[in-house]
Design a protein around this ligand. Structure first.
Ligand code: PGA
Length: 248
């Protein structure tokens, strides 16, 4: 990977007024040498974000996509609807979706498939809980989560982005050490290599309490191609510092 990718995950935060200020500040701070930056925003703000990012290098995406095409799925948003707004990325299988909405590995794999077939890049999130790490199950868990996506998506797998997000590091202020993260990233890269001749092209992002002070050391690891940033993506200065660290 040459150019790094930093993706903000706003989660269920924002308002018309706050988004306006945040995007103006981010757009003003991006330079031509910045790495690729993107934000994944709540669905009601797609039109606003599409408008505010129309002439910016900042890409944007959704935080989820339905595993179904259309029909009687109240509350769901389909990949075709995302495409209507020019959505570029869709997070799939974020640990909060797996935990609070019971999304299984199979559902996550279908969501990735729906996104790909609409020309949207799925950012497939994988990661172990603290109990799983302490039980020595990290490799088994993340490989199982990724294997389901590889199995369903076959050769299209080279079109995805992967995000390794240890659940115990999300929103907790506890970041994986660069070595801990690199170890898992190398394992994921190896798994992707067995499925695709283009695995070196697949960006593998780290997520979990990434911030302005720890970003550079995480991003210096060989298989860490960028970051998925929650809390720190809501403050323009913090987000831009991470983008700057990834642009070295
Ligand atoms: P965090 O969230 O940066 O606030 O830990 C990351 C994520 O959940 O994507």
């Amino acid at each position: 990977m040459t150019r790094k990718l930093i993706v903000g995950n706003w989660k269920m935060n924002g308002s018309l007024a706050a988004n306006h200020d945040l995007l103006h500040a981010i757009n003003a701070g991006l330079t031509s040498s910045s790495c690729q930056a993107a934000v994944c925003v709540p669905a009601p703000y797609f039109a606003q974000v599409q408008h505010l990012c129309a002439s910016s290098s900042l890409l944007w995406g959704a935080q989820d996509v339905s595993a179904s095409d259309s029909g009687a799925f109240t509350g769901e948003v389909s990949a075709a609807m995302l495409r209507d707004f020019g959505v570029r990325y869709a997070l799939v299988g974020h640990s909060e979706r797996r935990q609070y909405h019971g999304e299984t590995d199979e559902v996550v794999a279908l969501k990735a498939q729906r996104a790909l077939s609409a020309g949207i890049t799925p950012i497939v999130c994988v990661g172990e809980t603290l109990a799983q790490r302490e039980a020595g199950q990290t490799a088994e868990v993340v490989k199982r989560q990724l294997a389901a996506v590889i199995h369903t998506n076959g050769h299209c797998i080279s079109e995805i982005v992967v995000a390794y997000e240890p659940v115990w590091a999300i929103g907790t202020g506890k970041t994986a050490t660069p070595e801990q993260a690199q170890e898992v990233h190398a394992m994921l890269r190896h798994q992707l290599s067995a499925a695709s001749a283009h695995a070196d092209k697949i960006a593998i992002l780290y997520g979990g309490s990434m911030n302005a002070s720890n970003a550079a050391s995480l991003l210096s690891q060989q298989d860490i191609d960028g970051g998925l940033v929650g809390g720190a993506s809501l403050k323009a200065a913090d987000f831009l510092s991470i983008v700057a660290a990834a642009s070295q």
